[in-house]
Design a protein around this ligand. Structure first.
Ligand code: MRU
Length: 342
């Protein structure tokens, strides 16, 4: 399986997701600023992967300063990383976890603090893979045998430290012997479905068919789609789900056609401080991602374009939320609280 992100002696090594599927290139981040640039520039993306990157960015930050400047530097590193992308809550979750660990170590020798922060970042990566496998075990029984699974964006190994959330559920269903294939929405404008999901499923030999986003309704109506499985960037207390732009439309079309719509996400994606999805900040990305495809203009120069990177699917369209601790069903408030509490 592809190595999305790793801590090495030379720095944080990531596969460059802006270059896939045409080139398999790895970049090395040696400073926390390199990591922040990689997150902002989509070299690494996907909520859990961004979380792992942020934790490793904090660990690099811990190696960059000492003496009286150590604590203010770590604060600044946290602020720089937090300013990269606003929607995926895993980013903030990981920064907070690293800060909490530092707070518990304050006053210890610097060498020990640094070691422990590096260890913690590596642990967050390893835990993420375990979490995805557990999510797969909980989710696989929900996937109907002999049917097609529709997914949107990339919630796979590339969006996590490995195995994936939505694609982890699909992988676990395949490992359990289910005869399924995948329809992957191309996911305009950034094409995570076409470039990343199709690539990683092809590497695994899971039969995959690429469709444009506007074809999803047609196939959901056809009866061949057994369920939809997607990931999430933030889930509010009432079960509203922020995920890649276009997810909402897929959810509504799934409901219209009585196709179950599942969301697979770790509990670190839950943001129970928000009562509903209305409060989730939605990242607006450069209009050039809409007016251009791979740098080539596909619209008249100067036309206005909007580019919200995420949308919010109301909880009423979500059949179930699959986490590493179990499956929540509506009404979501109580089960999500229970899952978050462990
Ligand atoms: O803009 P991206 O590529 O970071 O958006 C990714 C998604 O929307 C994913 O579906 C989500 O982060 C879940 S990844 C397991």
């Amino acid at each position: 399986m592809v190595e999305t992100i790793q801590w090495t002696a030379g720095g944080v090594v990531m596969i460059d997701q802006t270059r896939l599927p045409n080139e398999e290139v790895y970049v090395t981040c040696r400073t926390h600023e390199d990591v922040a640039r990689a997150i902002r520039g989509m070299v690494i993306r996907g909520a859990p992967a961004i979380g792992v990157a942020a934790a490793m960015g904090m660990a690099l930050g811990a190696l960059e300063a000492d003496g009286a400047d150590f604590e203010p530097h770590l604060e600044r590193v946290g602020a720089t990383l937090a300013a990269t992308r606003p929607t995926a809550v895993n980013l903030f979750w990981a920064i907070e976890r690293m800060k909490r660990l530092y707070a518990s170590l304050r006053g210890r020798p610097l060498r020990e603090i640094r070691e422990r922060l590096v260890e913690e970042a590596r642990r967050i990566r390893e835990e993420d893979i375990e979490i995805n496998r557990a999510m797969g075990r909980h989710g696989a029984p929900l996937v109907p045998d002999g049917k097609t699974v529709l997914t949107h964006c990339n919630a796979g190994a590339l969006a996590t430290a490995g195995y994936g959330t939505a694609l982890g559920v699909i992988r676990a269903a395949v490992e359990a012997g289910k005869k399924i294939d995948v329809f992957a929405d191309e996911t305009r404008p950034f094409l995570q479905g076409a470039r990343l999901t199709a690539w990683e499923l092809q590497q695994d030999g899971i039969p995959t068919t690429l469709i444009t986003d506007s074809m999803a309704g047609h196939f959901l109506k056809s009866g061949r789609i057994g369920c939809v499985v997607v990931g999430a960037d933030r889930i509010a207390a009432n079960g509203d789900v922020a995920n890649k732009i276009g997810t909402y439309a897929v959810a509504v079309l799934a409901r219209e056609n009585n196709v179950p719509f599942y969301v697979a996400a770790p509990v670190s994606t839950l943001d129970l401080s928000l009562a509903s999805g209305d409060a989730i900040p939605i990242e607006e990305r450069p209009p050039a991602e809409v007016t251009h495809v791979s740098g080539v203009p596909v619209a008249p120069a100067g036309v206005a374009a909007r580019n919200p990177a995420f949308d919010v699917t109301p909880a009423r369209y979500v059949t179930a939320i699959i986490t590493e601790r179990g499956v929540a069903r509506p009404p979501y408030e109580e089960p999500l609280r229970r899952l978050a509490a462990g």
